[in-house]
Design a protein around this ligand. Structure first.
Ligand code: GLY
Ligand code: MN
Ligand code: MN
Length: 356
């Protein structure tokens, strides 16, 4: 696969530094270091904290970097072995490499042509293998189990931070190795902020409470959102919730291989707009997920990528009304030839948490 990229871009070699791409290409999970990849060499450069782990996890040749044998020097040694006669063309990860790191490479290496890899290496991660899909399904299932155990603990007076801590603890207890992203718990007026940071605000009777959470299983992320009401929902809360639910179910129905991400986004956006809430749905409908939480392709008005079987997408419409509150419902699914398989199984009808 990487050879195809080397050929397409007419590269002699490429340096891969994005931790998720390093992991996907080499198997090394440590995330620190760099890969040198050419047609004849597959070298993993890392430091003494990771060399034993790297040798266990990766079939690449491991070279240790340290003060007397710096990364740039090791890369130069790799380049020398290529017996390259003409101008050396080297790929680099322009989307993630820091300017300072790129400057160091440019200063140290005799490369005539630096070629940005753009999203070429990332794109190798779009279609998941059966094994990857099983890890993603398991991660989402851990989220489902943790959320079910959280619901009976919710009550007025509990702070958003306490609820987030409980959810994170429950996910770890259920087998999560890490979080996919910082857990969002947004209650009452805070719920109109799609990515609110949990605070010491106490949840109150009548609040919408949005939980957006995810965990990692064998490195792969889950992502799910549910919005509940503490106590009985008002008519307005029910109306908004049902518009979001209708948009979510219709876009899940429209999602299949062969359609564009933008067309699926439009299904949800049209429903929300027709209900009069278009201006309150600012973000895209969804994104792909894998080793990283936000991957391409997106379900968004600006992504016309045609979806392929084996691609993961989240489907997460929302309505956020400042001064009132907000609702988001999010599932994570895998695209198939004739539809999608939903990895999330937490209930989606509006949950009203009993209040004594
Ligand atoms: N909280 C991250 C997401 O749902 O995209
Ligand atoms: Mn989410
Ligand atoms: Mn998401």
């Amino acid at each position: 696969m990487l050879d195809a990229i080397l050929n397409e871009l007419k590269l002699d070699a490429a340096v891969i530094t994005d931790p998720y791409n390093m992991r996907h290409v080499s198997g090394f999970r440590g995330g620190e270091g760099a890969l040198y990849v050419s047609r004849t060499q597959k070298v993993l450069i890392t430091d003494s904290r990771y060399t034993e782990q790297a040798a266990r996890e990766s079939g690449f040749t491991i070279v240790e970097e340290h003060r007397e044998h710096k990364r740039e020097q090791i890369l130069a040694e790799c380049m020398k072995k290529e017996n390259n006669a003409g101008a050396f063309a080297m790929g680099y990860e322009d989307e993630s490499l820091l300017c300072a790191q790129f400057d160091r490479l440019k200063d140290a290496l005799r490369v005539e042509k630096w070629v940005p890899l753009k999203d070429k290496v990332d794109s190798l991660r779009v279609i998941k293998t059966e094994e990857e899909l099983s890890y993603l399904a398991k991660a989402e299932e851990i989220g489902d189990r943790a959320f079910a155990k959280l619901l009976p603990l919710l009550k007025p007076g509990m702070t958003e931070l306490e609820a987030a801590a409980e959810l994170e603890y429950l996910m770890k207890k259920e087998g999560a190795e890490d979080l996919s992203f910082n857990t969002i718990v947004a209650s009452g007026l805070n719920s109109s902020m799609p990515h609110a940071i949990p605070s010491d605000k106490k949840m109150e009777e009548g609040d919408f409470v949005t939980f957006d959470f995810g965990c990692k299983y064998k490195g792969y992320c889950s992502d799910m959102t549910r919005t509940v009401v503490l106590g009985k929902a008002s008519e307005k809360q029910k109306e908004i919730y049902n518009v979001v639910l209708k948009a979510q179910l219709a876009s899940l129905d429209a999602l299949r291989a062969g359609v564009s991400g933008s067309s699926v986004d439009k299904v949800a956006r049209d429903i929300i707009t027709e209900a009069g809430y278009g201006e309150y749905f600012g973000h895209g409908l969804g994104h792909s997920v894998g080793l990283f939480i936000h991957e391409n392709p997106r379900l968004s008005p600006t992504d016309d990528t045609i979806l392929q079987p084996g691609t993961i997408e989240t489907v997460e419409p929302g309505i956020y009304v400042p001064g009132f509150g907000g609702v988001r419902i999010e599932d994570m699914v895998v695209v198939t030839e004739d539809g999608c398989i939903n990895f999330a199984h937490s209930p989606k009808e509006l949950i009203e948490i009993p209040v004594e």
